[in-house]
Design a binder for this molecule. Sequence first.
Ligand SMILES: [Zn+2]
Length: 248
Amino acid sequence: MLDQLKCLIEYQKIEDKKNRLVRSSEETPRRVAELEKEFELFEGEYLSKKEEHDVAKKAHKALEQEMEDLRGRLARQKTRQGEVKTNKEYQAVQKEMDDTKKEISKTEDSALELMESIEALGRELEGLEKEVAGKKAALDADKAVLEQENSGLKSRLERLETIRQRVRERVTPELLKKTDFLLQKQAGIAVSAVENGVCQICHMNIPPQKFIELQKDEEIMQCPHCHRFLYWPGHEGYCVLSEDLDSI
Ligand SMILES: [Zn+2]
């Protein structure tokens, strides 16, 4: 078994695990943002209903003021009616008073109608308020779980990084340089198994003579197509890791 090749295989497994953990940790902010957006959407509905409620209450107050003004007008008209001299003038003021009364009654109807919708909105808001509070509590709890998961991921990544550095130190600088180059150029995969003469990453056939050489396990070889380092899993030593990655 070639010790350097074994290190490379191990290094690849560490890279795979690292990439998986990094991807998971990158998911967290996205999921948090999703949950927050969902909550804001619901809260937005509640806030616009609340705004509607406030506007209606203001309108009702304006109507009440209007009624007060009209009643004042009616009182003044009544006083004036007591002071008129002729029957004609009396009739004219009476007409004005009838108009004012009609206006008062119309305004009262509108105020009553508005009050009914204010009360209905108020009841609806009460329910929504409870729902918003419930959803906010759920959001905070979900966020706490996600953040805890994420800090777990971070510490796993730190532990993995220690192992990664340790394995890097065991690889010769020349091989390490080639490996880093392959990792960068070949989608994060620098090492591939060969099974039945086929590179398991690029799925191309290795020439039979090369496959025989690979099985002899005498030198580190690269795939003639994708240039990744090759190993044959038939050598069981290559399938056993010296570092314990499962515990991370
Ligand atoms: Zn290949």
